[in-house]
Design a protein around this ligand. Structure first.
Ligand code: PLP
Length: 280
């Protein structure tokens, strides 16, 4: 595996960062994950926009979109990736003074890898998710590498026999540890609004637009646990999982536990409109 680190391409084992890196010491950094279908970067512009948002939230200087695109394409080529993903991490850089207040003239640490994955080829079987209290901070809209809350929640969900947590704050549904959620009620598609309580998922946004373009009524609005349990359908989205039907909320079965009609329609639309359709 060939990775990019601070201007160099090198074998993954040879890529080393300073112990003074603020990413290592403080998780002072951000990341992006872009799906690659048939060697093509999927929804790159949207990922670069979110990257820009994350970097500006931290006050780290950005590069041009074309520079990122070139680096990502090189990573795909050097690793001969057909289906997979690009991982990009930018930290504030190394600072020998371990101070919460960063020095002003640090050089950001930039790391890029390209990894092959088996992307779903059809709608996966419904999974169980665990409804849990969202214990994370209040800036979940930043794609921060500080993921301890997400990790603890994911561990607990898996220990309880779920695939993913479904988080709520005082009864208001937010998102998962690494995904967004949708419910369907009476033919309407509902997903929490983009605010500081959720990561603005690229898959989420794209699906909302795809649904609207195809005449589906979409509501980006807060809903509570009562609405969740009363839902006709439920699914989660992320770049790597695309659309994943949810069959159980803990012990509560969603409808008959099978993927609903709207979930299947959206999965078909996804397949017809993502470049994966051309690849397979
Ligand atoms: N929410 C969180 C907390 C995530 O970490 C992710 C992705 O990893 C998502 C949502 C889904 O975002 P995307 O569709 O851009 O992959």
């Amino acid at each position: 595996e060939t990775v990019y680190l601070n201007g160099d391409w090198l074998p993954a084992e040879a890529a080393k960062v300073s112990v003074f890196d603020r990413g290592f010491l403080f998780a002072d950094g951000i990341y992006e994950v872009v799906t690659v279908y048939a060697g093509q970067l999927f929804l790159l512009d949207r990922h670069l926009q979110r990257l820009n948002r994350s970097l500006s939230a931290l006050g780290i200087a950005n590069r041009s979109d074309s520079e990122w695109q070139q680096l990502f394409e090189q990573a795909i080529q050097k690793n001969a990736i057909a289906d997979g993903f690009i991982y990009l991490q930018v930290t504030r850089g190394a600072d020998t003074k371990r101070s919460h207040l960063p020095a002003t003239m640090l050089t950001p640490t930039v790391f890029i890898s390209a990894t092959h994955i088996q992307l779903p080829t059809e709608l996966p079987e419904p999974v169980r998710v665990c409804v849990m209290d969202d214990i994370r901070w209040l800036r979940c809209d930043i794609k921060s590498i500080s993921l301890l809350g997400n990790i603890l929640l994911k561990q607990q969900a898996v220990a309880m026999g779920g695939m993913e947590p479904l988080l709520h704050r005082a009864g208001r549904v937010t998102e998962g540890a690494s995904c967004n959620y949708f419910i369907v009620k009476n033919g309407r598609l509902i997903t929490p609004p983009k605010d500081e309580l959720i990561l603005p998922g690229i898959t989420r946004d794209w699906l909302v637009e795809l649904a609207r373009d195809n005449g589906i009524e979409v509501h980006e609005e807060a809903f509570d646990l009562d609405a969740l349990y009363a839902a006709d359908e439920c699914f989660l989205t992320s770049s790597s999982r695309e659309i994943q039907p949810v069959g159980w909320l803990d012990e509560h079965m969603v409808a008959d536990g099978r993927p609903g009609a709207m979930t299947r329609q959206l999965a078909d639309l996804f397949r017809a409109n993502a470049p994966i359709a051309a690849a397979k």
